[in-house]
Ligand binder design. Structure first.
Ligand code: UT7
Length: 339
């Protein structure tokens, strides 16, 4: 562990898992909270329902269920894990939640930490994990994307409350000595547009002693300029996928599945159209779950793997985008070698 010598190992992505809360909120019930309609939400977003975490559910419980499935599917045990990367914007504890998941899993050998890149989190997490594996530092890494945005939604803001849901997804990434199935990636950030999508801390100055002030407050509900985020996504996501494909030395026709962050069906359709990818290759489950932030890509991936849609060897172009602003794409081949 921690050997600094540069080596180059391949990566295989060998198991997935996911979990969503039991409580379901459909568009019809939302009309009791804000002035909206099932018709407006469905035609503008494609979302029909979303799952919401109840009081006795937590990020830790959802992420642990998803992680157990991913570990079992990959054929390893929690004790084999070297690293757990939890991507989330909604930790149970601001000091980090990954260690609680490590404890729940009994992954005693694993180092665990949180990382935040909002809805791009899972893609950023996969790429981060890949660096540890490539360098020969770690062999077995669990990457989790999990969010409970319902904690931070303003349930009186119809521009945002219709979009978000809660969930968790996870994958196991492993060292491979025979092939490399993480084919290419590209990550981007632009903080100058940060104001388009925020979950900001706001506080007030509190005087402790003469000339000594601290700030006390809390995080404020999500605010978003939907039109600008929409514009950004439709422009930047095809671009970043093109770059990742270039690094992978692949043409767009080689993609079996386009797996975008599940934000809005219109964004999925527009990106696919710009890239010239047919609808039949676009993975979409946002009708059932809405936008689950860092969870959306691994949740959709896991469903598609379990339903038999995604098969070992299939090439997937995954792209996350959102607050930061941040966006990124990773091209990978599903499953272990010779299945
Ligand atoms: O992870 C990344 C997270 N964010 C996103 O992906 C968001 C990207 N943006 C979007 O998905 C879309 O911009 C929204 C779905 C948020 C909004 O759709 P839009 O087509 O951009 O609608 P709009 O904001 O331009 O609003 C059109 C109209 C407005 O009324 P007026 O001004 O034309 O009279 C809104 O007030 O629709 C109204 N409106 C609603 N009406 C019924 C906004 N929200 C609602 C609503 N129900 N929930």
């Amino acid at each position: 562990m921690g050997d600094a010598r540069v080596q180059n190992f391949g990566i295989k992505i060998t198991g997935s898992g996911s979990a969503v809360p039991a409580t379901c909120l459909d568009n019809q019930v939302l009309t009791q909270l804000v002035e909206t309609s099932d018709e407006w939400i469905t035609t503008r977003t494609g979302i029909r329902q979303r799952r919401l975490a109840s009081f006795d559910e937590s990020l830790t419980t959802l992420a642990t269920v998803a992680s157990r499935q991913a570990i079992a599917a990959s054929g390893i045990t929690p004790g084999d894990l070297d690293l757990i990367v939890l991507t989330t914007s909604t930790p149970d504890d601001l000091f980090g939640t990954a260690c609680q998941i490590q404890a729940q899993l009994g992954a005693t050998k694993a180092v665990a930490f949180d990382m935040t890149a909002a809805c791009s989190g899972f893609v950023f997490g996969m790429v981060t994990a890949a660096q540890f594996i490539r360098g020969g530092v770690y062999q077995n890494v669990l990457v989790i994307g999990a969010d409970i945005l319902s904690r931070w939604v303003d349930w009186q803001d119809r521009g945002t409350c219709i979009l978000f849901g809660d969930g968790a997804g996870a994958v196991v990434m492993q060292k491979s000595e025979t092939s490399d199935r993480l084919l290419g990636f590209e990550l981007k950030s632009d903080g100058t547009q940060n104001h388009y999508l925020n979950l900001p801390y706001k506080g007030e100055s509190q005087q402790l002693a003469a000339d000594i002030n601290v700030t006390k407050g809390t995080y404020q509900p999500i605010t978003m300029n939907g039109k600008e985020v929409y514009r950004f996504a439709v422009l930047r996501v095809p671009e970043v996928i093109d770059k990742a494909l270039f690094h992978a030395n692949l043409s767009v026709e080689k993609i079996d599945w386009l797996l975008l962050h599940q934000a809005n069906q219109r964004i999925l359709d527009a990106v696919a159209q710009r890239l010239n990818i047919p609808d039949s290759k676009v993975i979409s489950n946002l009708a059932q779950y809405g936008n689950t932030s860092a969870a959306s890509i691994p949740l959709a991936l896991d469903e598609a793997v379990r339903s038999g849609k995604i098969k070992p060897g299939d090439i997937i172009a995954a792209s996350g985008f959102g607050a930061g602003l941040s966006w990124g794409a990773v091209i990978f081949q599903w499953g272990r070698e010779k299945e």
